[in-house]
Design a protein around this ligand. Structure first.
Ligand SMILES: *Cc1c(COP(=O)(O)O)cnc(C)c1O
Length: 390
């Protein structure tokens, strides 16, 4: 009855449970064991598992039109582009399938803009420890440790500086530079915020030097930090922003969003078979209309504060380190380099929590998570963390 797992390409270490069902903050494996899910597909299922609005959008749009080719306009494509333009303060939207594809598009658009308006400039300044995806160009853009020399030859044109060091960015910008690209909070690196002050200074610096500010909001966007976009806390507007993960609420959907004056692709420069697919776009509209509401975002802020206070209390009591993050993207620094072990113990106890660094746990619950679920997570986490420091 149950399929074997032998033919699933072995690209990452997976625990043995095979997941079969999800509802809200909960996930079940095929043996009937239940897990409280604080990973949610890496901050993807922003409304939890199988939420009503996503099911309804899939059913309604599925019965109406699933695909008509990106060569034609369709209604959900136009509507989602309009909603994203409105939410971002920007103008032009290219819908695609994954975060990496959106970032690849951002890199192409920045290079195109450089070719047309900045004398052929193409270099992009990115951050140490950043994560922008797993295509060849987005891996080259990323500052993930260990990625410097894999899959040679590397795509050229990226210059890395430490996050938070404005002087280093200023020094790295030359006539060959076309953009500065970063995540408002580095998620995969372990939840390290760029900081509002720094983002404001970067915005001013990029403007003054005539280069583009590109923000990768694939993890921080769609309400994750308590505002629709993370950059809204800082009161800046980028020239280009990328969104993914939460945008589809669990279905593959991402977007490249740009200011009108930067949107300079010519016919043939950009495309893809599934871009603007009406089924996915209809889900995106439903998710966005739910998340962008003030009451929804206010609840994310309140639950984020609740989670952070409780995590800090637990960390203090058990002798662990700092709690970082914003909204419902948070991390707990452990006193030892045993995050993988803690994450495995949590799985045994029925909690899914991710370990982005050897000493760090990351919490990315559904944005609809309840106080009771946060409390239950903390109970299981306490069991999984083991004894307090003597
Ligand atoms: C997940 C992520 C990506 C890559 O998105 P994929 O959909 O996995 O291609 C890029 N940037 C950031 C900040 C991410 O968190």
């Amino acid at each position: 009855m149950s399929p074997a797992i032998d033919h699933v390409m072995n690209i990452t270490e997976r625990p043995s449970p095979v997941m079969v069902k999800g509802a809200g903050s909960w996930l079940w494996d095929r043996d009937g064991k239940r897990y409280l899910d604080f990973v949610q597909g890496w901050a993807v299922n922003c409304l939890g598992h199988s939420p009503r609005v996503v099911l309804d959008a899939l059913a309604a749009q599925g019965a109406r039109l699933i695909n008509c080719s990106p060569a034609y306009y369709n209604e959900p494509m136009a509507r989602l582009a309009e909603l994203l333009a409105e939410a971002s303060g920007l103008d032009q939207v290219f819908l695609c399938n994954s975060g990496a594809e959106a970032n690849e598009g951002a890199i192409k658009l920045a290079r195109k803009w450089g070719a047309r308006y900045r004398g052929g400039a193409y270099e992009i300044v990115t951050m140490h420890a950043s994560f922008h995806g797993r295509t060849l160009a987005t891996m080259a853009a990323s500052g993930k440790p260990g990625w410097d020399d894999i899959f040679p030859p590397k795509v050229p044109g990226f210059r890395k500086v430490p996050l938070g060091d404005l002087g280093a960015v200023a020094d790295a910008i030359t006539p060959a530079t076309v953009a500065v690209m970063l995540e408002p909070i580095q998620g995969e690196a372990g939840v390290f915020a760029a900081g509002d002050e720094y983002l404001r200074a970067l915005s001013a610096l990029t403007r003054e030097r005539g280069v583009l500010l590109v923000l990768d909001e694939i993890q921080t966007g769609v309400g994750r930090t308590g505002r629709f976009f993370g950059y809204q806390h800082a009161g800046v507007t980028p020239d280009i922003v990328t969104v993914g993960k939460g945008l589809g609420g669990g279905v593959p959907l991402a977007a490249l969003v740009s200011a009108g004056r930067v949107s300079c692709f010519e016919y043939g420069d950009q495309g893809g078979t599934f871009n603007g697919n009406p089924l996915m776009a209809a889900v995106g509209c439903a998710v966005l209309e739910t998340v962008a509401k003030k009451e929804f975002l206010d609840a994310v802020v309140a639950n984020g504060i609740y989670l952070m206070d409780r995590l800090r209390a637990l960390a203090a009591e058990l002798g662990h380190g700092e709690v970082r993050g914003r909204g419902l993207l948070q991390a707990l620094e452990l006193r030892a380099h045993d995050a993988k072990k803690v994450s495995a113990a949590a799985l045994d106890h029925g909690l899914l929590v991710n370990a982005p660094r050897p000493d760090t746990l990351r919490f990315m619950p559904a944005l609809t998570v309840s106080r009771e679920e946060i409390d239950e997570m903390l109970t299981i986490l306490r069991k999984s963390l083991g004894e307090p420091r003597a």
